[in-house]
Design a protein around this ligand. Structure first.
Ligand SMILES: *[C@@H]1O[C@H](CO)[C@@H](O)[C@H](O)[C@H]1NC(C)=O
Ligand SMILES: *[C@@H]1O[C@H](CO)[C@@H](O)[C@H](O)[C@H]1NC(C)=O
Ligand SMILES: *[C@@H]1O[C@H](CO)[C@@H](O)[C@H](O)[C@H]1NC(C)=O
Ligand SMILES: *[C@@H]1O[C@H](CO)[C@@H](O)[C@H](O)[C@H]1NC(C)=O
Ligand SMILES: [Zn+2]
Length: 306
């Protein structure tokens, strides 16, 4: 009897913890962006344009390990929407939000992207903290809190619900001066900041992963072996990675060289396991930036933008 009792408790425990795996809302890539990514991918063939792979020596700029000819500072606005001023109530101190900002700069250093923290806001509003994705309550919250233009990043740290660790708008989801524009930005689960309460996911890498989508990156397992993230130097991957396996190779054979990119920020691994963006991803970030967000170079809105 006692034996049976123990098994039952273990089963409950396992099902409770497994629900805490990373889950991101950006699993569907809009068709327009996918088509644009295919065009970007063709340009990648001529990497010289971007300076990647031209020089084998390490860049003298510590901030730009890949010798990309570009760096880009992006304005960052951080918002914490909480229920009450306790950890359970989703409150994050200014100090912890600053830690999150510094962590993002560390994670993006190899790409030459950096974030300039412009403002932090704290708002007590239970319905905003719990608002579901794309709903009118969320829109109201963002219309009230969002700062800067389409080239500026707004992160909303709040409860989210439905098991989401985060989600973002992709570049081009909304036109810069549209009604929907206010929704541009990323929503992040409030427990994931550095040294925060989200076990295995508390090095601030959820915000780094989500911001990757805002900058135009897809999941490394997007579309499985036959689909892909349309970036040449991230090996194909059939499934999202959970935890931090010693090795994983879900796409095998001559067509798919390389092991799964389990250490990539755009996979689903534990924070401790995520350590890199590839040079190809850095190139894609700048391609997307110039096409969609850079006020000097961005193109006209596409048909589907609202
Ligand atoms: C704060 O909010 C959390 C989450 O709703 C709740 O569990 C907790 O009891 C609240 N604490 C106070 C002091 O109101
Ligand atoms: C941040 O934004 C708030 C609200 O607009 C404003 O009152 C405050 O002065 C800003 N802080 C900084 C440091 O710009
Ligand atoms: C809180 O959210 C509700 C629902 O959107 C809104 O009506 C209200 O004005 C908000 N309160 C504050 C203080 O922002
Ligand atoms: C939310 O809106 C974005 C942008 O239009 C869209 O890509 C996404 O699929 C929507 N998600 C949901 C759950 O409605
Ligand atoms: Zn994601």
């Amino acid at each position: 009897m006692r034996f049976h009792f123990t098994i039952t408790i273990t089963a409950i425990f396992l099902s409770a913890t497994s629900s805490l795996a990373r889950k991101c809302g950006n699993t569907q890539v809009p068709v327009e962006l996918l088509e644009q990514a295919i065009r970007f991918n063709k340009q990648d063939v001529n990497r010289q344009t971007w300076g990647v792979g031209v020089s084998v020596q390490e860049s003298t700029h510590e901030s730009n390990r890949y010798n990309l000819p570009k760096t880009q500072a992006i304005n960052l606005y951080m918002h914490n929407i909480y229920i009450n001023q306790t950890a359970e109530g989703a409150y994050i101190s200014e100090e912890d939000l600053q830690k999150q900002w510094r962590a993002m700069n560390d994670h993006y250093a190899s790409t030459g992207i950096s974030f300039v923290l412009k403002n932090i806001t704290h708002t007590e509003n239970k319905s905003w903290a719990l608002a579901i994705r794309n709903g009118t309550t969320e829109l109201k919250m963002k219309q009230s809190l969002r700062m800067g233009g389409y080239e500026d990043l707004n992160l909303y740290f709040r409860v989210l619900g439905r098991g989401f660790f985060g989600y973002c708008s992709f570049p081009g989801d909304y036109a810069p001066n549209s009604e929907g524009f206010w929704q541009d930005g990323c929503d992040i689960l409030y427990t994931t900041y550095p040294d925060g309460p989200q076990t295995n996911y508390n090095e601030g890498k959820t915000a780094t992963h989500e911001t990757g989508h805002w900058l135009g990156l897809f999941h490394t397992f997007q579309g499985g072996c036959r689909g892909g993230d349309l970036i040449d130097d991230t090996p194909a991957e059939e499934t999202a990675t959970h935890g931090c396996p010693a090795t994983k190779d879900t796409c095998r054979g001559d067509m798919w060289p390389g092991l799964d990119p389990i250490h990539n920020y755009m996979d689903y691994s534990y924070d401790s396991c995520m350590t890199e963006f590839t040079p190809g991803q850095a190139v894609r970030i700048y391609q997307s930036w110039d096409r969609y967000r850079n006020p000097q170079t961005r193109g006209p809105p596409t048909e589907s933008q609202n």
